[in-house]
Design a protein around this ligand. Structure first.
Ligand code: PBG
Length: 321
């Protein structure tokens, strides 16, 4: 007769709830928004159903809504009014991102505001740094990224999140913030950011596709794992407060290993392509959207992520309530 029966612990929902190892909460989420110039703009992004381009006024409305849902944080991306070779609109205090950050901080002070620090949305060539020929220069880009981070802190960001993958940017940004007195502005580093096909819908949404080549000289090769641990080590030594792995779903082995190795909070970015695939299959009736989204997000947490940046945040928070 069978004596060892793991199925006893699955016999009904209450027993399952008692032994459940991972639970999901709206508090786990960060909701990314795309801010655009203008007023009263709310336009759906074609490759990202139910995600919108928002003018600052509407961004504030969404921020209020997510705070009411118990989501603690919003990450602000922007489409600028102008682009140039060095991406100078990225640190323009009149740009949509800086205006949105201060308007949201004023309207919903308790919401944790994350500013995405990068140049690709702001440069005419769509690369994440300053060019020298077709090469993205590392060290001269650090000064520009530091300006972006400081401008976001000045606008009221609580966290800055460099997503460019230049070497040494965490140290440069930390120093620039400290020099301006922003000692309590945290850095969430996109420490492990792969050169991934899963960013395609975002590049439509943010109008940030590179005009030539790709990002493989700065973002990581999806085939590499040990290199991820090296990136994490460097960013921690430079002063990162939160370590992010991106994308999420195909990279949960990396999330788990990073979680086991460090004592910093780990974040994952459930990126645009992952979102778009789920939405497309759901719209075709091929999967149950609610079930798949909650399963995916639970598994990201099980893998070790304390923070999940996801376009599903509003739906998921509603389902969890
Ligand atoms: C900017 C940036 C990207 C994403 C976040 N910040 C795009 C990229 O690196 O090309 C992707 C987010 C997503 O796909 O949802 N560097």
């Amino acid at each position: 007769m069978q004596k060892l029966r793991p199925r006893r612990m699955r016999i009904n929902e209450n027993v399952r709830a008692m032994v459940r190892e991972t639970t999901l909460s709206p508090k786990d989420f960060v909701y990314p928004i795309f801010v655009v110039p203008g007023e009263h703009v709310k336009e759906e992004i074609p490759s990202m159903p139910d995600v919108f381009h928002l003018s600052v006024d509407n961004a504030v409305e969404i921020a209020k809504q997510i705070a009411e849902l118990g989501i603690p944080s919003v990450e602000v991306f922007g489409l600028p009014e102008y682009k140039d070779e060095i991406g100078s609109s990225a640190w323009d205090m009149n740009s949509p991102v800086q205006r949105a950050i201060s308007a949201i901080k004023k309207a919903v002070p308790e919401l944790v505001i994350v500013g995405d620090v990068c140049l690709c949305q702001y440069t005419s060539h769509g690369h994440c740094g300053k060019l020298c020929g077709h090469y993205v220069e590392n060290d001269s880009t650090l000064e520009l990224l530091s300006k972006v981070a400081v401008s976001q802190a000045e606008a009221g960001a609580d966290i800055v999140a460099p997503s460019d993958m230049m070497d040494g940017r965490v140290a440069a940004i930390r120093e620039a913030l400290d020099n301006k007195g922003f000692i309590n502005v945290s850095i969430m580093s996109y420490a492990v950011k792969y050169a991934s096909g899963f960013y395609a819908p975002f590049r439509d949404a943010a109008d940030s596709a590179p005009q030539f080549g790709d990002r493989k000289q700065y973002q990581m090769d999806p085939a590499n794992f040990r290199e991820a641990l090296k990136e994490v080590e460097l960013d921690i030594s430079e002063g990162a407060d939160i370590i992010m792995v991106k994308p999420a779903m195909a990279y949960l082995d990396v999330v788990r290993s990073v979680r086991n190795k460090i004592n910093h909070p780990v974040a994952v970015y459930n990126v645009s392509g992952e979102y778009a695939m789920v939405k497309a299959a759901a719209r075709n009736g091929w999967i149950d959207e609610k079930r798949i989204v909650l399963e995916n997000l639970t598994c990201m947490k099980r893998a070790g992520a304390a923070i999940i940046i996801t376009y599903h945040a509003i739906d998921a928070a509603n389902w969890l309530h």
